[in-house]
Write a protein that binds this ligand. Structure first.
Ligand SMILES: NC(=O)c1ccc[n+]([C@@H]2O[C@H](COP(=O)([O-])OP(=O)(O)OC[C@H]3O[C@@H](n4cnc5c(N)ncnc54)[C@H](O)[C@@H]3O)[C@@H](O)[C@H]2O)c1
Ligand SMILES: O=P(O)(O)OC[C@H](O)CO
Length: 380
């Protein structure tokens, strides 16, 4: 662990591509868990600072990085002989980065782990789908990490949990064993769709909560939007093939709470600026770091339309971003909705006994497939 002064043992090498706030924090998690971590950074001065000063002053001010963490701008050097590869670049740049990574990983079967929480704007694909498409690799090799994971809190070693998801329980477990230490606990599941969409969708609700903050509304409005936001997240994710339980777990409710509550959240911050009256371009110009929610709004609404799911809160975020709605009109429902009372539960529950029965059957089938271990829900 980084607190100890004795020379650290050299553990298995892992690589982290992307040295922003989350990539660097995840590198620290892995190094504090015993791995020897090599980061790939775009800028030579950042790579040098991480290697020589054990600092990343732009993204993680005041944090000391472990001695077993180094960085390079040479992708081949970063990836060579890595036991696992973690990816943490902005979602809209993943495809171009994968093209550069591909020659170094196509003759290996090392796990590739997405740490990202966005969808590709041009295709609507989740990050694991982009990885599978570009690397043309076995999806069982791919894992995703998600959960209530505000980088700076974890870099300060505050106790936190995450979930590692892969279609392959073995891959999820191998990654979870590596990505854990005394302040960071990784759970596992096999619901990649739910885990990834949880991370994408909570960003959109956090933008809405930021708008509420910026406008100056209080806790009732926020609680109403968070609660209805979780319903929207669940309806959408289940329609895409997710297990509803995942949205009640770390990657759904857990991350929704953290991101909506924290001023550290970039999505929340972007929303607050919108609520204060700044336009989309001004907000983008003011943001020093990646706020994934801004790029995910349009593709998420497009996907929602394809499967017939209503997302009134996400729709309002889009209207504020487009400048077609006054932020002060934000509400847990669309004010243009007709006045018919709606049921409170999710669309999934509103299918009545059928929904519950379907889930029970699915769980039984998953348990059968996974040798008695349930697929849904975060497992230690
Ligand atoms: N910061 C967090 O608390 C946190 C937590 C969990 C997940 N995430 C997710 O991690 C991902 C990365 O976010 P972050 O917080 O590290 O962002 P960041 O803005 O802190 O850092 C992004 C990094 O990517 C680099 N970068 C920018 N454009 C690039 C390009 N075209 N190619 C390669 N590198 C490029 C930047 O130089 C920087 O090093 C996002 O999907 C985010 O949602 C972030
Ligand atoms: O700063 P944000 O809004 O990108 O959120 C960071 C993490 O995703 C929180 O889990």
């Amino acid at each position: 662990m980084s607190r100890k002064n004795s020379a650290p043992a050299v553990g298995p090498k892992v690589a982290v591509v992307g040295a922003g706030s989350w990539g660097t924090t995840f590198g620290k998690i892995l190094a504090d868990g015993g791995a020897s971590v090599v980061m790939w950074a775009r800028r030579p001065e950042l790579a040098a600072e991480i290697t020589e000063s054990k600092r990343n002053s732009r993204y993680l001010s005041g944090i000391n990085l472990p001695r077993t963490m180094t960085a390079t701008t040479d992708l081949a050097e970063a990836l060579r002989d890595a036991e696992q590869i973690y990816l943490s670049v902005p979602s809209q740049s993943l495809r171009e980065n994968l093209a550069a990574i591909k020659p170094y990983v196509e003759r290996t079967d090392v796990p590739i782990v997405s740490l990202m929480k966005g969808v590709e704007k041009s295709t609507g694909l989740r990050m694991s789908q982009v990885i599978e498409q570009v690397l043309q690799c076995d999806p069982a090799r791919i894992a995703v990490a998600s959960g209530p994971n505000l980088a700076l809190e974890i870099a300060r070693e505050q106790p936190t949990a995450a979930v590692i998801s892969s279609l392959s329980p073995e891959t999820a477990e191998a990654v979870a064993r590596r990505a854990r230490n005394r302040y960071f606990r990784s759970f596992v599941n096999t619901d990649v769709i739910g885990t990834e969409f949880g991370g994408v969708l909570k960003n959109l609700i956090a933008v809405a909560i930021g708008i509420v903050d910026g406008v100056g509304y209080g806790e009732n409005t926020k609680a109403s939007i968070i609660t209805r936001g979780l319903v929207e997240m669940t309806d959408f994710a289940v329609a895409q093939g997710a297990q509803p339980e995942t949205l009640q777990g770390l990657a759904g409710l857990g991350d929704l709470i953290a991101t909506c509550q924290s001023p550290l959240s970039r999505n929340n911050t972007a929303g607050r600026l919108l609520g204060q009256g700044y336009g989309y371009k001004e907000v983008v110009a003011q943001m020093q770091q990646t706020a994934e929610g801004l790029a995910s709004v349009a593709p998420v609404l497009q996907l929602a339309k394809q499967v017939g799911v209503d997302m009134p809160i996400v729709q309002q975020v889009k209207m504020v971003l487009d400048g077609t709605m006054d932020p002060r009109d934000i509400a847990p429902h669309l004010t243009t909705d007709d006045d018919q009372p709606q049921g409170e539960r999710t669309q999934n529950d509103q299918t009545g006994g059928g929904g519950a029965l379907r889930r029970a059957l699915q769980r039984a089938l998953d348990q059968f497939r996974h040798g008695g271990r349930g697929a849904a829900g975060d497992r230690p």
